[in-house]
Design a binder for this molecule. Structure first.
Ligand SMILES: Cc1cc2nc3c(=O)[nH]c(=O)nc-3n(C[C@H](O)[C@H](O)[C@H](O)COP(=O)(O)O)c2cc1C
Length: 138
């Protein structure tokens, strides 16, 4: 059985610190997610994150708890909380790219939405992940 979780959030650090803050997150995530058999994608754009993770339900729950209490971001808004049949990002570990304002606009528009209406938003974000993240190069 598989679980998936997608959220958007707002960074708590200044944009000028982005590389210094995110590089260690990406490094830890790649190792830990691989150990947990979790795959997914992470986008950071200007001041916001969007992340999608999928894997064994216990592993996704465990990571979700850690991510939700991480002080490097706040205002987490869940966009998708699902039990998918198969992986969407099977060949991917966490990929990260610092990105342009228009990507951020998409993320921000999702953050303001009531949770019941996130279906469309989830589809839009999944497209963003596919366009802007890098497949696992292993
Ligand atoms: C936006 C964001 C995304 C994160 N994504 C992951 C992730 O995919 N995997 C991971 O292990 N940690 C991720 N982290 C880091 C975790 O929140 C946490 O710091 C790390 O897993 C170590 O957890 P621990 O301090 O409870 O041991 C992320 C943090 C942030 C701010």
């Amino acid at each position: 059985m598989l679980a998936s979780w997608m959220y958007v959030s707002r960074a708590t650090f200044p944009a000028s610190d982005a590389n210094a803050v995110i590089e260690p997150i990406a490094r830890v995530s790649m190792r830990r997610n691989a150990d947990l058999e979790v795959t997914g994608a992470l986008i950071f754009a200007v001041q916001h994150f969007a992340q999608y993770i999928e894997g064994p339900p216990a592993a996704v729950d465990f990571l979700r708890t850690a991510i939700e209490r991480d002080g490097r971001h706040r205002s987490l808004h869940t966009v998708l909380d699902d039990r998918p049949e198969c992986r969407r990002f099977g060949g991917w570990r966490i990929a990260y790219r610092g990105l342009a304002t228009y990507v951020e606009k998409t993320i921000v528009s999702v953050q303001g939405q009531p949770t019941a209406e996130t279906g469309d938003a989830a589809a839009r974000l999944l497209r963003l992940f596919r366009e802007f993240s890098l497949p696992d190069a292993r």
